[in-house]
Design a protein around this ligand. Structure first.
Ligand SMILES: C[C@@]1(CC(=O)O)c2cc3[nH]c(cc4nc(cc5[nH]c(cc(n2)[C@H]1CCC(=O)O)[C@@](C)(CC(=O)O)[C@@H]5CCC(=O)O)C(CC(=O)O)=C4CCC(=O)O)c(CCC(=O)O)c3CC(=O)O
Ligand SMILES: NC(=O)C1=CN([C@@H]2O[C@H](COP(=O)(O)OP(=O)(O)OC[C@H]3O[C@@H](n4cnc5c(N)ncnc54)[C@H](O)[C@@H]3O)[C@@H](O)[C@H]2O)C=CC1
Length: 153
């Protein structure tokens, strides 16, 4: 993504479908639930890190039609062909994050540090997510050394 448009989204009135319920899904869902989005997970299995009380789990493999009423879609299975199918099934007005292929994504997730009064986000514009994570950790260490900074997470 050469020319991203950075924003903070209010997802409280939005429906989000996460296709796949594994380790990567668990991380994305944690951030979505924190944002109070309405999350539906479509997956035959669910990682134990996903709190079932915070989401709606539809226990099955993805099929066309599952994402029809969803505003935001995260294709997160360990099968790139399924993730591509989900991407292809989405309408142009839905927002898709294909976690296995950044060239097929309408938006990228970011590394973040959040407190009550502050949200810092880091993106490498898709070039190196591990670097974004690293920069976030370095920033958090610096922030914690500042007298004015509260507890980051
Ligand atoms: C494009 C993007 C789309 C998106 O997912 O939104 C994307 C894509 C891909 N990530 C891949 C791999 C990894 N991603 C992570 C971690 C994170 N990835 C995140 C974001 C993004 N990842 C978006 C761009 C972010 C930017 O602009 O910098 C973070 C920041 C936010 C989050 O996920 O919440 C989160 C850190 C959160 C934190 O800790 O703070 C790790 C490290 C780890 O897991 O510890 C690895 C393994 C190491 C490595 O490969 O680097 C692969 C290859 C998959 C494969 O092998 O098939 C793809 C696919 C591709 O590049 O096409
Ligand atoms: N964007 C990112 O941040 C990252 C993306 N990835 C990508 O994410 C993908 C998933 O990785 P993990 O979560 O570690 O895999 P995982 O193996 O932990 O989980 C995969 C999940 O997909 C589900 N699934 C499989 N087929 C399905 C189908 N047809 N319909 C619905 N659900 C289905 C499984 O039941 C399981 O819950 C990887 O293939 C990799 O390409 C990996 C690391 C980071």
């Amino acid at each position: 993504m050469d020319n991203p448009y950075p924003v903070n989204l209010d997802l409280t009135k939005k429906t989000v479908a996460v296709i796949g319920g594994g380790k990567v899904a668990a991380r994305k869902i944690k951030t979505l639930v924190n944002a109070k989005a309405h999350v539906t997970v479509i997956s035959p299995a669910l990682d134990p890190k996903i709190d079932q009380t915070t989401i709606t789990w539809i226990r099955k493999a993805y099929a066309a039609g599952d994402i029809r009423d969803m505003d935001v879609i995260i294709a997160c299975t360990n099968n790139p062909a399924v993730n591509q199918q989900v991407t292809d099934d989405a309408s142009h007005f839905q927002w898709v994050n294909n976690t296995s292929d950044k060239t097929q994504s309408d938006f990228y997730n970011v590394a973040q540090i959040e407190t009550d009064q502050l949200l810092l986000t880091v993106s490498t514009k898709g070039h190196s997510p591990a670097t974004a994570k690293h920069i976030k950790k370095e920033l958090l260490t610096w922030l914690k050394s500042q007298k004015w900074f509260g507890e980051g997470r």
